[in-house]
Design a protein around this ligand. Structure first.
Ligand code: FES
Ligand SMILES: [Fe+2]
Length: 352
Protein backbone atom coordinates (compact mmCIF):
# COMPACT_ATOMS: atom_id res chain seq x y z
CA UNK A 1 0.00 0.00 0.00
CA UNK A 2 1.48 3.29 -1.10
CA UNK A 3 0.36 6.90 -1.15
CA UNK A 4 -0.21 7.50 -4.85
CA UNK A 5 -0.75 10.52 -7.09
CA UNK A 6 2.41 12.35 -6.14
CA UNK A 7 6.02 12.90 -7.10
CA UNK A 8 8.60 10.38 -5.92
CA UNK A 9 12.34 10.40 -6.50
CA UNK A 10 13.29 7.94 -9.24
CA UNK A 11 16.99 8.76 -9.58
CA UNK A 12 19.60 11.45 -9.42
CA UNK A 13 20.46 13.23 -12.66
CA UNK A 14 24.02 11.94 -12.57
CA UNK A 15 22.87 8.32 -12.58
CA UNK A 16 21.43 8.65 -16.07
CA UNK A 17 24.42 8.62 -18.38
CA UNK A 18 24.57 6.51 -21.55
CA UNK A 19 23.02 3.33 -20.12
CA UNK A 20 19.47 2.55 -19.01
CA UNK A 21 18.80 2.18 -15.28
CA UNK A 22 16.36 -0.51 -14.10
CA UNK A 23 14.53 0.36 -10.91
CA UNK A 24 11.39 -1.00 -9.28
CA UNK A 25 9.39 1.90 -7.86
CA UNK A 26 6.27 1.23 -5.77
CA UNK A 27 6.26 -2.34 -7.07
CA UNK A 28 6.39 -1.24 -10.71
CA UNK A 29 9.42 -2.23 -12.81
CA UNK A 30 10.59 0.94 -14.57
CA UNK A 31 13.45 1.66 -16.96
CA UNK A 32 14.91 5.14 -16.71
CA UNK A 33 17.11 6.59 -19.41
CA UNK A 34 18.41 9.79 -20.94
CA UNK A 35 18.31 9.89 -24.73
CA UNK A 36 21.36 11.20 -26.53
CA UNK A 37 19.27 14.34 -27.05
CA UNK A 38 19.35 14.79 -23.26
CA UNK A 39 15.68 14.00 -22.65
CA UNK A 40 14.94 11.95 -19.53
CA UNK A 41 12.32 9.21 -19.82
CA UNK A 42 10.73 6.47 -17.74
CA UNK A 43 8.95 3.48 -19.30
CA UNK A 44 7.56 0.24 -18.04
CA UNK A 45 10.54 -2.13 -18.12
CA UNK A 46 9.05 -4.68 -20.50
CA UNK A 47 9.18 -4.84 -24.27
CA UNK A 48 5.73 -5.23 -25.83
CA UNK A 49 7.09 -7.89 -28.20
CA UNK A 50 8.43 -10.75 -26.07
CA UNK A 51 8.80 -9.07 -22.69
CA UNK A 52 12.56 -8.66 -22.43
CA UNK A 53 13.29 -5.90 -19.90
CA UNK A 54 13.97 -2.76 -21.90
CA UNK A 55 16.76 -2.05 -19.43
CA UNK A 56 18.70 -4.84 -21.23
CA UNK A 57 18.67 -2.65 -24.33
CA UNK A 58 20.62 0.37 -25.49
CA UNK A 59 20.00 4.10 -25.44
CA UNK A 60 19.98 5.93 -28.76
CA UNK A 61 19.38 9.44 -30.04
CA UNK A 62 15.62 8.97 -30.27
CA UNK A 63 14.90 6.56 -27.42
CA UNK A 64 15.66 3.06 -26.19
CA UNK A 65 16.16 -0.02 -28.35
CA UNK A 66 15.18 -3.46 -27.08
CA UNK A 67 18.16 -5.81 -26.79
CA UNK A 68 16.35 -8.83 -28.28
CA UNK A 69 14.85 -7.97 -31.70
CA UNK A 70 15.58 -4.26 -31.85
CA UNK A 71 12.23 -2.52 -31.38
CA UNK A 72 12.92 1.17 -30.80
CA UNK A 73 10.75 3.16 -28.36
CA UNK A 74 10.60 6.95 -28.08
CA UNK A 75 10.41 8.56 -24.58
CA UNK A 76 6.59 8.60 -24.70
CA UNK A 77 6.54 4.78 -24.97
CA UNK A 78 5.54 4.52 -28.63
CA UNK A 79 7.47 2.02 -30.74
CA UNK A 80 8.88 3.94 -33.69
CA UNK A 81 10.88 1.22 -35.43
CA UNK A 82 10.53 -2.53 -35.96
CA UNK A 83 13.63 -3.60 -37.85
CA UNK A 84 12.71 -5.40 -41.09
CA UNK A 85 9.01 -4.51 -40.87
CA UNK A 86 7.36 -1.47 -42.44
CA UNK A 87 4.10 -1.35 -40.51
CA UNK A 88 4.17 -0.51 -36.81
CA UNK A 89 0.92 -1.59 -35.10
CA UNK A 90 -0.72 1.07 -32.90
CA UNK A 91 -0.53 -1.25 -29.92
CA UNK A 92 3.25 -1.43 -30.24
CA UNK A 93 3.86 0.75 -27.22
CA UNK A 94 4.55 0.56 -23.50
CA UNK A 95 3.43 2.53 -20.46
CA UNK A 96 5.33 5.76 -20.01
CA UNK A 97 5.65 7.76 -16.80
CA UNK A 98 5.80 11.49 -16.40
CA UNK A 99 9.29 12.49 -15.27
CA UNK A 100 10.80 15.89 -14.49
CA UNK A 101 14.43 16.74 -13.83
CA UNK A 102 14.76 19.50 -11.25
CA UNK A 103 17.71 20.46 -9.02
CA UNK A 104 19.57 17.35 -10.28
CA UNK A 105 16.77 15.07 -9.09
CA UNK A 106 14.68 12.94 -11.44
CA UNK A 107 11.12 12.96 -10.10
CA UNK A 108 8.49 10.52 -11.31
CA UNK A 109 4.73 11.02 -11.01
CA UNK A 110 3.20 7.83 -9.65
CA UNK A 111 -0.53 7.59 -10.18
CA UNK A 112 -2.95 4.82 -9.46
CA UNK A 113 -3.75 4.29 -13.11
CA UNK A 114 -0.26 3.33 -14.28
CA UNK A 115 -0.29 -0.32 -15.11
CA UNK A 116 -3.80 -0.10 -16.48
CA UNK A 117 -2.42 -1.31 -19.79
CA UNK A 118 0.01 -0.55 -22.54
CA UNK A 119 -0.39 2.86 -24.05
CA UNK A 120 -1.50 4.52 -20.84
CA UNK A 121 0.53 7.62 -20.18
CA UNK A 122 0.84 7.48 -16.45
CA UNK A 123 0.29 10.71 -14.63
CA UNK A 124 0.01 12.81 -17.74
CA UNK A 125 -2.41 15.04 -15.89
CA UNK A 126 -1.54 15.74 -12.24
CA UNK A 127 -4.61 16.57 -10.21
CA UNK A 128 -3.93 20.18 -9.38
CA UNK A 129 -1.66 23.05 -10.29
CA UNK A 130 0.43 22.52 -7.17
CA UNK A 131 1.12 18.95 -8.32
CA UNK A 132 2.19 19.95 -11.82
CA UNK A 133 5.83 20.48 -10.84
CA UNK A 134 7.89 18.50 -8.35
CA UNK A 135 9.17 20.29 -5.25
CA UNK A 136 12.15 22.59 -5.43
CA UNK A 137 15.23 21.45 -3.48
CA UNK A 138 16.95 24.80 -3.56
CA UNK A 139 20.07 23.87 -1.58
CA UNK A 140 21.30 21.94 -4.62
CA UNK A 141 21.56 25.15 -6.62
CA UNK A 142 22.38 27.58 -3.82
CA UNK A 143 25.88 29.07 -4.22
CA UNK A 144 26.31 29.18 -0.42
CA UNK A 145 26.34 25.38 -0.28
CA UNK A 146 28.21 22.45 -1.76
CA UNK A 147 26.52 19.11 -1.78
CA UNK A 148 27.03 15.45 -2.53
CA UNK A 149 24.87 12.40 -2.14
CA UNK A 150 24.08 8.85 -3.05
CA UNK A 151 21.51 6.06 -3.19
CA UNK A 152 21.11 3.39 -0.54
CA UNK A 153 19.06 0.25 -0.99
CA UNK A 154 17.29 -0.85 2.17
CA UNK A 155 16.00 -4.29 3.03
CA UNK A 156 13.36 -2.61 5.16
CA UNK A 157 10.01 -0.92 4.58
CA UNK A 158 9.95 2.82 3.96
CA UNK A 159 8.11 3.70 7.15
CA UNK A 160 11.00 2.54 9.32
CA UNK A 161 13.15 5.12 7.51
CA UNK A 162 10.52 7.83 8.08
CA UNK A 163 10.54 6.90 11.79
CA UNK A 164 14.31 7.19 11.95
CA UNK A 165 14.50 10.59 10.26
CA UNK A 166 11.65 12.12 12.23
CA UNK A 167 13.20 11.12 15.53
CA UNK A 168 16.74 12.46 15.77
CA UNK A 169 17.05 11.52 19.43
CA UNK A 170 18.85 8.44 18.07
CA UNK A 171 21.91 10.56 17.15
CA UNK A 172 23.37 10.23 20.62
CA UNK A 173 23.33 6.42 20.49
CA UNK A 174 23.72 5.56 16.81
CA UNK A 175 26.04 8.32 15.56
CA UNK A 176 28.41 8.89 18.45
CA UNK A 177 31.44 9.08 16.12
CA UNK A 178 30.14 11.88 13.88
CA UNK A 179 27.09 14.07 14.45
CA UNK A 180 26.03 12.49 17.75
CA UNK A 181 27.42 13.65 21.05
CA UNK A 182 25.94 13.27 24.49
CA UNK A 183 23.02 10.76 24.32
CA UNK A 184 21.28 12.15 27.41
CA UNK A 185 21.29 15.64 25.88
CA UNK A 186 19.70 14.30 22.69
CA UNK A 187 17.01 12.39 24.54
CA UNK A 188 16.14 15.42 26.68
CA UNK A 189 16.19 18.09 23.93
CA UNK A 190 13.05 20.23 23.87
CA UNK A 191 11.05 19.14 20.83
CA UNK A 192 8.16 20.84 19.04
CA UNK A 193 5.98 18.75 16.74
CA UNK A 194 3.45 20.28 14.35
CA UNK A 195 1.44 18.79 11.53
CA UNK A 196 -0.90 20.10 8.88
CA UNK A 197 -2.39 18.25 5.93
CA UNK A 198 0.23 15.82 4.68
CA UNK A 199 3.17 17.48 6.41
CA UNK A 200 4.88 17.07 9.76
CA UNK A 201 7.43 19.45 11.21
CA UNK A 202 9.71 18.61 14.13
CA UNK A 203 11.99 21.24 15.67
CA UNK A 204 14.56 20.42 18.32
CA UNK A 205 17.09 22.66 20.02
CA UNK A 206 20.21 21.51 21.80
CA UNK A 207 21.44 24.65 23.47
CA UNK A 208 24.78 25.12 25.19
CA UNK A 209 26.20 21.78 24.08
CA UNK A 210 29.57 20.37 23.03
CA UNK A 211 30.14 20.37 19.25
CA UNK A 212 30.07 16.76 17.98
CA UNK A 213 33.05 15.52 15.94
CA UNK A 214 31.77 16.46 12.47
CA UNK A 215 30.77 19.95 13.58
CA UNK A 216 34.10 20.59 15.31
CA UNK A 217 36.01 19.46 12.22
CA UNK A 218 33.87 21.53 9.85
CA UNK A 219 33.58 24.86 11.63
CA UNK A 220 35.85 26.86 13.97
CA UNK A 221 33.42 27.20 16.86
CA UNK A 222 34.83 29.14 19.81
CA UNK A 223 33.61 26.59 22.36
CA UNK A 224 30.12 25.38 23.20
CA UNK A 225 27.33 25.70 20.67
CA UNK A 226 23.59 26.22 20.27
CA UNK A 227 22.37 23.57 17.90
CA UNK A 228 19.12 23.13 15.95
CA UNK A 229 17.37 20.36 14.04
CA UNK A 230 14.42 21.23 11.80
CA UNK A 231 12.77 18.24 10.15
CA UNK A 232 10.14 18.73 7.46
CA UNK A 233 8.35 15.56 6.47
CA UNK A 234 6.41 15.17 3.22
CA UNK A 235 5.02 11.84 2.12
CA UNK A 236 7.75 11.06 -0.41
CA UNK A 237 10.71 13.01 0.99
CA UNK A 238 12.08 14.86 3.98
CA UNK A 239 14.13 18.04 4.21
CA UNK A 240 16.24 18.24 7.35
CA UNK A 241 18.05 21.43 8.24
CA UNK A 242 20.53 21.05 11.07
CA UNK A 243 23.37 23.25 12.25
CA UNK A 244 24.84 25.31 15.04
CA UNK A 245 26.07 28.73 16.08
CA UNK A 246 28.41 29.73 18.90
CA UNK A 247 26.51 29.57 22.18
CA UNK A 248 24.31 32.64 22.85
CA UNK A 249 25.54 34.39 19.68
CA UNK A 250 22.33 34.29 17.59
CA UNK A 251 18.69 33.39 17.88
CA UNK A 252 17.78 29.92 16.67
CA UNK A 253 14.48 31.44 15.52
CA UNK A 254 16.21 33.68 12.98
CA UNK A 255 15.80 32.10 9.52
CA UNK A 256 18.89 34.02 8.35
CA UNK A 257 21.13 32.83 11.16
CA UNK A 258 24.79 32.13 10.45
CA UNK A 259 27.05 29.37 11.69
CA UNK A 260 27.45 25.90 10.29
CA UNK A 261 24.57 24.52 8.23
CA UNK A 262 23.79 21.03 7.00
CA UNK A 263 20.81 20.74 4.67
CA UNK A 264 19.79 17.17 4.08
CA UNK A 265 17.48 15.89 1.39
CA UNK A 266 16.00 12.42 1.85
CA UNK A 267 13.94 10.96 -0.99
CA UNK A 268 12.24 7.85 0.39
CA UNK A 269 10.80 5.80 -2.47
CA UNK A 270 9.33 2.37 -1.71
CA UNK A 271 10.68 -0.35 -3.97
CA UNK A 272 8.33 -2.99 -2.60
CA UNK A 273 6.42 -3.30 0.64
CA UNK A 274 9.57 -4.49 2.40
CA UNK A 275 12.38 -2.76 0.50
CA UNK A 276 13.17 0.89 -0.15
CA UNK A 277 15.31 3.21 -2.26
CA UNK A 278 16.83 5.96 -0.17
CA UNK A 279 18.10 8.93 -2.18
CA UNK A 280 20.08 11.33 -0.02
CA UNK A 281 22.07 14.49 -0.43
CA UNK A 282 23.80 16.68 2.09
CA UNK A 283 24.60 20.33 1.40
CA UNK A 284 26.83 22.28 3.77
CA UNK A 285 28.40 25.71 3.92
CA UNK A 286 32.12 26.20 4.44
CA UNK A 287 33.79 28.69 6.77
CA UNK A 288 36.29 30.92 4.89
CA UNK A 289 39.10 29.45 7.05
CA UNK A 290 38.10 25.88 6.11
CA UNK A 291 37.01 26.11 2.47
CA UNK A 292 37.35 22.41 1.61
CA UNK A 293 35.33 20.72 4.34
CA UNK A 294 32.17 19.96 2.34
CA UNK A 295 33.51 16.71 0.98
CA UNK A 296 34.52 15.55 4.47
CA UNK A 297 31.07 16.50 5.81
CA UNK A 298 29.46 14.52 3.02
CA UNK A 299 31.68 11.47 3.63
CA UNK A 300 30.89 11.51 7.34
CA UNK A 301 27.20 11.88 6.55
CA UNK A 302 27.36 8.82 4.35
CA UNK A 303 28.96 6.97 7.26
CA UNK A 304 26.11 8.03 9.57
CA UNK A 305 23.53 6.86 7.03
CA UNK A 306 25.29 3.52 6.80
CA UNK A 307 24.98 3.31 10.59
CA UNK A 308 21.24 3.99 10.23
CA UNK A 309 20.89 1.31 7.57
CA UNK A 310 22.45 -1.35 9.80
CA UNK A 311 20.10 -0.42 12.65
CA UNK A 312 16.97 -0.23 10.54
CA UNK A 313 17.60 -3.48 8.66
CA UNK A 314 18.30 -5.28 11.96
CA UNK A 315 15.10 -3.77 13.35
CA UNK A 316 13.15 -5.01 10.30
CA UNK A 317 14.60 -8.53 10.56
CA UNK A 318 13.54 -8.66 14.19
CA UNK A 319 10.05 -7.36 13.47
CA UNK A 320 9.72 -10.20 10.94
CA UNK A 321 11.04 -12.69 13.49
CA UNK A 322 8.81 -11.60 16.37
CA UNK A 323 5.76 -10.54 14.37
CA UNK A 324 4.68 -7.05 13.49
CA UNK A 325 3.24 -5.96 16.82
CA UNK A 326 3.91 -2.29 17.50
CA UNK A 327 6.04 -1.72 20.58
CA UNK A 328 5.29 0.78 23.28
CA UNK A 329 5.53 4.49 22.51
CA UNK A 330 7.84 6.92 24.33
CA UNK A 331 8.21 10.71 24.15
CA UNK A 332 10.44 10.67 21.05
CA UNK A 333 7.74 9.02 18.92
CA UNK A 334 5.41 12.00 18.50
CA UNK A 335 6.79 13.05 15.08
CA UNK A 336 7.06 9.53 13.61
CA UNK A 337 3.57 8.65 14.82
CA UNK A 338 2.03 11.69 13.13
CA UNK A 339 3.69 10.72 9.84
CA UNK A 340 2.40 7.18 10.23
CA UNK A 341 -1.13 8.48 10.70
CA UNK A 342 -0.83 10.53 7.49
CA UNK A 343 0.38 7.50 5.52
CA UNK A 344 -2.39 5.34 7.03
CA UNK A 345 -5.00 7.90 6.03
CA UNK A 346 -3.65 8.14 2.47
CA UNK A 347 -3.22 4.43 1.92
CA UNK A 348 -6.63 3.54 3.26
CA UNK A 349 -8.16 6.07 0.84
CA UNK A 350 -5.90 5.36 -2.10
CA UNK A 351 -5.38 1.79 -3.25
CA UNK A 352 -1.69 1.32 -4.06
S1 FES B 1 11.51 -8.86 -27.02
FE1 FES B 1 11.90 -6.81 -27.48
S2 FES B 1 12.12 -6.75 -29.60
FE2 FES B 1 11.59 -8.79 -29.18
FE1 LIG C 1 20.53 8.55 11.85
Amino acid sequence: MYAMNRWYVAAFAWELQDKPVARTLLNRPVVLFRTRNGQVAALEDRCCHRSLPLSCGTVEQAGIRCGYHGLLYEPGGQCIEIPGQKVIPAKARVVSYRVVERNQIIWIWMSEEAGSGPGFKAGAEPDSESDSEPPEISAHDDPRYKYGGGVFHYDAPYQLIHDNLLDLSHLGYVHARTIGGNPKLHMAAPTKVESAGEQVRVVRWLKDSEPPATYAAAWPFKGRIDRWQEIDFQVSYLAIWTGAVDVDSESLDDPGRGGFHMRGFHGITPETETTTHYFWTLASNAHPDRPDVSEMVCRQTEMTFEEDRLIIEAQHRNICRFGSQHGLDIHVDAGPNRARRIIERLTSREPG
